[in-house]
Each structure stands twice: as C-alpha cells, then as structure tokens.
Design a protein around this ligand. Structure first.
Ligand code: TMP
Ligand code: ASP
Length: 241
C-alpha cells in the first residue's frame, strides 16, 4: 500500500504493531504473523495468521456493533491492517469463562470441558514482568487501575460480549469456552472495547468433535494452528443455508 508520509511506529506488541496516523485520534494496527506463548518464551512465525486474525477481529467487532457494544474499531484498510480509535488501555485483561479450561482448571481443579453453572469474569494484571497475575478486586483498588464504577462496567461489558459471541459461535457449531478482552478510555473517559478478538484470545471447540480451534494448538504443540484459524474464519463468513 502506498502512503504519502512515513508513519511513526507507536508501539510494537507480540502480535500487532500500532502506528500513528495523520489524525491524532486514529491509529493504524498491523497484525503480524508472529505467535508467542508463555510470556514470549515460545515463539514462531505462522504464515497468514496476521491476515486471519485481522479478518476475524473485524468480523467480531462489526457483529458486536450490531448488538450495541461499542469498540475502538473504525474500518479495515487492508488484509492485515485496520484503523482504530486511539484509547488509553486499562491495564487489565478481562477474562470471561463459560467452561473450565486452562488456568481455571489448574487453579480450582475442575477438569477441562466442565460447564460452569454461570459465566464468570476474572481480572488479570497486564504486566509482563509479573507474568500477568490474577487480581482480586481489592488489588485493582490498591493499584488504582480502575474505579469501583469502572470495575462494575467492565464486568457488565464482558458478560454482554459473552452473550453476543456465545450465541453467534453456537450458530457456527462452535463452543465458546472462554476469552480475554481489553478495554480502553477514549478522550471523554468513556470505556471502549479495544485490542482484538481472535483465536489468539479465545478458546473455541468444535461442538461435535471437541476439536480445539484456537491458540491452544500452538501453546500445546498440537499442530495445524493456521488451519484451525482458517476454519474459524470460514465458519464465520460462510452462509449457512
Ligand atoms: P487462561 O486459561 O490461560 O487463563 O486463558 C483464558 C483465556 O484468555 C483464553 O481464552 C486465552 C486468553 N489469553 C490471552 O488472550 N492472553 C494471554 O496471555 C493468556 C494467558 C490467555
Ligand atoms: N500472548 C501471551 C504471550 O506471549 C500468552 C498466551 O497467549 O498464551 O506470551
């Protein structure tokens, strides 16, 4: 893509790069093919992962918009890039779970695949040096990461996203096990859903076979990572007749 002016790299994360644009309120996000796990200790480059996560995230943000859940998403500008509104990221990972898996299974001893009686919301501290630890609400208050009202709003938004995505995925014969969201504050201090929603940040299991269709294929060395992401993309975009 040709551009008149070179754009400044604002931030490079593990899976995305963020660039300043001519509009101070708008950033350009470029999705990379890099895959990391365990705080960057495990690394690989997976062809087409960037374009698949860009497309899948766009699909989810556009779907959430129709359910009146606002996000930072503005528009897709290329296979691997999208424009987003600039927000100040709240340093919390908001994890919503429907089914026991991953760190919840380890923490409370429930087998992976056990349905929870109701969805739960957890907060993790976005801090690589600390290894993104689970936070109790008292810790969030101590660290002054979010106000009381913001904590309640984050829980409410997380559950609303869950309701929208769980039924969408069910219609694609996929079980939404859990997922991680990030939120930011816009200029007016309003909370906006930000970051990405993709197989990097969600657990998706095929409803019939239980086949894992997300980043756990990479984390657990199961192989077929890109194929799984492609399968998610195809199921989301195919017309069911
Ligand atoms: P966990 O079971 O490992 O805590 O993961 C819960 C959900 O959060 C799962 O859908 C994967 C997602 N996740 C991220 O997006 N980034 C992370 O760094 C981690 C650890 C999990
Ligand atoms: N994205 C995180 C990391 O690199 C972890 C993960 O998704 O499992 O390291």
């Amino acid at each position: 893509m040709e551009r008149d002016m070179p754009e400044e790299l604002l931030y490079e994360g593990k899976a995305k790069k963020l660039f300043i644009t001519e509009d101070p309120q708008i950033l350009r996000v470029e999705y990379k093919d890099d895959a990391t796990a365990f705080n960057g200790q495990k690394f690989d480059r997976l062809k087409d992962k960037g374009l698949l996560n860009n497309a899948i995230t766009v699909f989810f943000f556009e779907h959430l918009e129709t359910k009146d859940i606002p996000s930072h998403f503005v528009r897709k500008i290329s296979e691997t890039e999208q424009l987003v509104r600039r927000v100040k990221i709240i340093p919390l990972e908001v994890v919503v779970r429907n089914v026991a898996a991953g760190s919840l299974s380890k923490r409370i001893g429930w087998e992976e695949g056990k349905e929870l009686p109701h969805p739960i919301v957890e907060f993790y501290y976005k801090d690589d040096d600390l290894g993104d630890p689970l936070l109790a609400e008292e810790h969030i208050r101590l660290l002054e990461l979010a106000s009381e009202a913001q904590i309640e709003e984050l829980k409410k938004r997380g559950l609303a996203v869950n309701e929208a995505l769980e039924s969408l995925m069910l219609s694609k014969e996929i079980r939404l096990i859990d997922f991680k969201l990030e939120f930011g504050l816009d200029q007016k201090g309003e909370i906006l859903l930000a970051d990405e929603i993709s197989p990097d940040t969600c657990r998706f299991w095929d409803i019939e076979s239980g086949k894992i269709l997300d980043k756990d294929r990479f984390r657990r060395d199961l192989g077929g990572v890109t194929e799984a992401y492609l399968e998610i993309h195809q199921r989301l975009t195919e017309e069911i007749t």
